[in-house]
Design a protein around this ligand. Structure first.
Ligand code: DI6
Ligand code: FE
Length: 404
């Protein structure tokens, strides 16, 4: 049995309730056995019985170790790109104008449907590699650019396959209720029927870990969203919601009633919404990339979330239209500069709280019994991860105790 120990390092454990900010342990040792952390603490307190059994010692030369980063909200699998819409927006068109004119999500649906599974995989792999290069070890990928059974299946299969061929755990989310596909124009409810029909079929194929919807005036109403949630609930699947991104639809209250893992975006979240999320234990997933790229001016109500004790996660929202972003480290910076999170809140947002947003209790902090997913960084202090713009100080990534 191997017992590895990482030494000559500082560890930002991100453990809740730890005395030091970031759960920081200076001059630490981190012991790993069978893919799990068995001990984390100050090096000179490493128990003698453990020290005697060490088979591999990794002297990091003074690295900072954090939990593996978790990107808990992405639309990473899609075809084509939307650079032309970026040009249109720079000429004055709004994101909603473009969506209403048949562009937006619908144009990505067209390109995604046209792509073969292999093409979709090749294009998506490039984005995934960029995320992994910055220390992502767990990633959520949503469907929602297929909007028909065979194409939703194709996207979810690509997402699952990416998790098999790359050193990362992929969690898949069915987002059939993302937009109305063109063949259903004027028949919104009929499309929701179709979403409700697709879900159990895709779930039976092992392709669905959770269910999401886009509840918005340019997408689905709360009543329609609720039908999707009922279908998820019937299968025992957890839900989450794109809520209050462009307007307040009270989606957060609805999601909370269904015990949502998270409500995401939330720029227009009301006090009632925040209170409902707190009661349900739903995580607020903030997406500074979309806020920035759409040049939104309404900030998510961070003070309200703190006041109600709603924990915040941060994610890339990697997608072609509102956040063509493959840098979770940049999102750490933007969460601080744009949303005024502290660097500690931001780092918890891509580790401990991102794990919670995915319903995963075995990762996101470095503590005994947790998965040994962690990243070694060439920085002197964890705040530097959020402070730098465009730097990538990652040295190594370890997943379940294995260097990748
Ligand atoms: N909200 C978003 O920001 C993404 N999806 C969603 O429901 C954007 C999707 C896109 O524009 O392609
Ligand atoms: Fe999104």
């Amino acid at each position: 049995m191997t017992l590895q120990v990482w030494t000559h390092c500082d560890i930002a454990t991100l453990q809740a309730g730890h005395a030091a900010p970031y759960g920081l342990i200076k001059d630490a040792a981190l012991a790993v056995e069978a893919g799990q952390i068995t001990w984390a603490g100050t090096r000179n307190e490493l128990p003698a019985d453990l020290a005697a059994r060490v088979t591999h010692e990794h002297d990091t030369g003074g690295a900072l170790i954090t939990p593996g980063l978790i990107d808990c909200h992405t639309h990473l699998v899609y075809g084509g790109d939307r650079a032309h819409e970026f040009e249109l927006r720079l000429q004055g068109a709004s994101y909603e104008d473009i969506a209403r004119a048949g562009g937006g999500i619908a144009s990505t649906v067209k390109a995604t449907r046209a792509a073969s599974e292999a093409e979709l995989s090749a294009q998506s792999l490039k984005r995934l590699r960029a995320l992994l290069a910055e220390g992502v070890t767990t990633l959520e990928i949503k469907s929602g650019y297929g909007l028909a059974l065979e194409h939703e299946r194709k996207a979810l299969r690509v997402a699952r396959e990416l998790g098999r061929i790359q050193p990362v755990e992929v969690r898949t989310t069915f987002l059939g209720a993302h937009a109305l596909p063109p063949e259903y124009t004027g028949r919104q409810d009929a499309y929701v029927d179709e979403v409700v029909r697709m879900l159990p079929l895709l779930h039976a194929e092992g392709l669905v870990d959770a269910v999401d919807a886009f509840c918005e005036r340019i997408a689905f109403s709360t009543a329609q969203t609720e039908r999707v949630f009922q279908a998820a609930q019937a299968l025992g699947l957890r839900v989450k919601l794109h809520a209050e991104q462009l307007s307040d639809s009270s989606g957060a209250q609805l999601a909370a009633r269904y015990g949502a893992l998270s409500c995401d975006h939330l720029e227009w979240l009301s006090e009632e919404g925040a209170a409902a999320m707190a009661k349900a234990g739903s995580v607020a997933v903030l997406l500074p990339g979309a806020f920035y790229f759409l040049r939104e001016t309404k900030l998510p109500p961070v003070a309200l979330l703190r006041q109600h004790g709603v924990v915040m996660a941060i994610s890339t929202d990697c997608n072609p239209g509102s956040s063509p972003c493959t840098s979770l480290l940049l999102m750490l910076n933007m969460a601080c500069t744009l949303f005024r999170l502290t660097p500690e809140e931001a780092l918890a947002g891509v580790t401990r709280h991102a794990a919670k947003a995915l319903g995963l209790s075995d990762r996101g902090v470095l503590a005994p019994g947790m998965r040994a997913d962690f990243v070694l960084w060439d920085v002197g202090h964890p705040a530097q991860l959020a402070c730098a713009i465009g730097a990538n100080p990652r040295l190594q990534t370890v997943i379940e105790g294995e260097l990748v």
